[in-house]
Design a protein around this ligand. Structure first.
Ligand SMILES: [Zn+2]
Length: 390
């Protein structure tokens, strides 16, 4: 193997050390130079030089003097939340939404446009115009890059959409196209995987979970799997693609062309269709939720059946991965306890009892900021070595 010229090696080490220092500041929130040297194992001179560069770069700021640990009071440092901005996008099934996000995951500004059935190149043009409108409104700090959460089979390592059926995108190098057009780094992730990253980084759980499964149920169904503190992609980037697995007999033809996929029995789309066929007042997700809340028996039986089928899929994930926390997110969370109860009951009945008893199945966020925040989180990890913790 060829060795790098000494100068290149030196630059690489310097970039690595700078990321190490930035991450230590970010994770501690506020920290002194002396403490940074202790945390990173670098000399105090190196830390001072690296901090000087981060200050010049406006990524870090001095916040005043902290408590003394014997000598004089040290000057404290922290990462500037507005030192960079990111654009996060959620290419949802009925609308594309985007937001300007700061380095602490605060949403500064947001824009949403209805999809109105657009797909193929029209949908791609909509992505461009959404980013254009966010870029032109960002007069503040430099743009770090763009994180995109999209439905379908996405290879987040390359930014390629392998297959997104509702957008009619197949083998679309979305990351590369957006990167070339806007001249900033871009990451693209599957929406369920992005939701899992958001939970990993801003989650309500104390500390960062080592292992976690986030199942997102909306018009489609997918899971994001975190193993050993990292998003697990799978060899073909399809880890967690449970929506197009068949778990039992079915009659409906799926968007993917086969009959009986989990999405045809357990997604919000399926529930609305099944309840609507028996009760004309159910026409969309809101009317299904309202009907359930009124105690309507049809709505309840449809929701319980859908929850139960999702429980079959979750039992199989529990048996395969033995992850002790499963979080349900997405629009279906609005269905509340009748749905959650059915999921839990069936998952417990179908999985090995000892493992099922140790697994918590809970509901998380019903809103979809998780997708654009998770995509932003991946970008920050990629570009700055930071994760959006705290
Ligand atoms: Zn399918």
């Amino acid at each position: 193997m060829a060795t790098l010229p000494e100068r290149a090696t030196h630059q690489r080490t310097r970039a690595f050390n700078q990321q190490l220092v930035l991450r230590a500041i970010y994770d501690r929130n506020e920290v002194s130079r002396a403490e940074l040297a202790r945390l990173t194992g670098l000399t105090r001179t190196s830390v001072s030089n690296l901090v000087g560069e981060l200050l010049d770069d406006r990524l870090v700021e001095e916040t005043g003097r902290g408590p003394s640990t014997g000598g004089k009071q040290p000057i404290m440092l922290r990462v500037r939340a507005d030192g960079r901005h990111l654009i996060g996008l959620d290419l949802g099934e009925s609308a594309f939404s985007g937001a300007i996000v700061d380095l602490r995951g605060n949403i500064v500004r947001r824009v949403s446009v209805p999809l109105e059935g657009r797909d193929g190149d029209d949908a791609l043009q909509l992505v461009y115009s959404l980013i254009d409108s966010l870029v032109s409104g960002n007069g503040a700090s430099p743009l770090l890059g763009i994180g995109i959460g999209a439905p379908g089979l996405i290879d987040s390592r390359t930014g390629d959409v392998r297959w997104a059926v509702n957008l009619a995108w197949e083998r679309l190098p979305l990351g590369q196209l957006v990167e070339e057009r806007f001249g900033v780094p871009v990451v693209v992730a599957n929406d369920s995987q992005a939701a899992a990253v958001a939970e990993l980084t801003f989650g309500s759980a104390s500390g960062r979970p080592e292992n976690l499964i986030v199942v997102r149920v909306g018009r489609g169904i997918g899971a994001g799997i975190i193993l050993n503190g990292q998003l697990f992609h799978g060899d073909g980037a399809g880890a967690g693609e449970i929506g197009h697995t068949i778990y039992g007999p079915g009659r409906e033809r799926c968007r993917c062309g086969r009959i009986g996929c989990l999405e045809t029995v357990a997604s919000m789309r399926a529930m609305v269709a099944l309840a609507g066929a028996r009760d004309p007042s159910v026409t969309d997700e809101q009317s299904l939720v309202a009907s359930l809340a009124r105690g309507d028996k049809t709505a309840r039986s449809v929701v319980v059946h859908a929850g139960s089928m999702l429980g079959v899929a979750i039992a199989s994930l529990i048996g395969t991965l033995n992850v002790d926390r499963v979080l349900l997110v997405g629009p279906a969370v609005a269905l509340g306890d009748p749905w959650l109860g059915a999921v839990k009951t069936r998952a417990r009945a179908n999985a090995l009892p000892l493992l099922a008893d140790e697994t918590r199945i809970e509901m998380g966020a019903g809103h979809d900021d998780v997708v654009l925040l998770g995509a932003s989180g991946l970008l920050m990890t990629h570009e700055l070595g930071l994760s959006l913790a705290r």
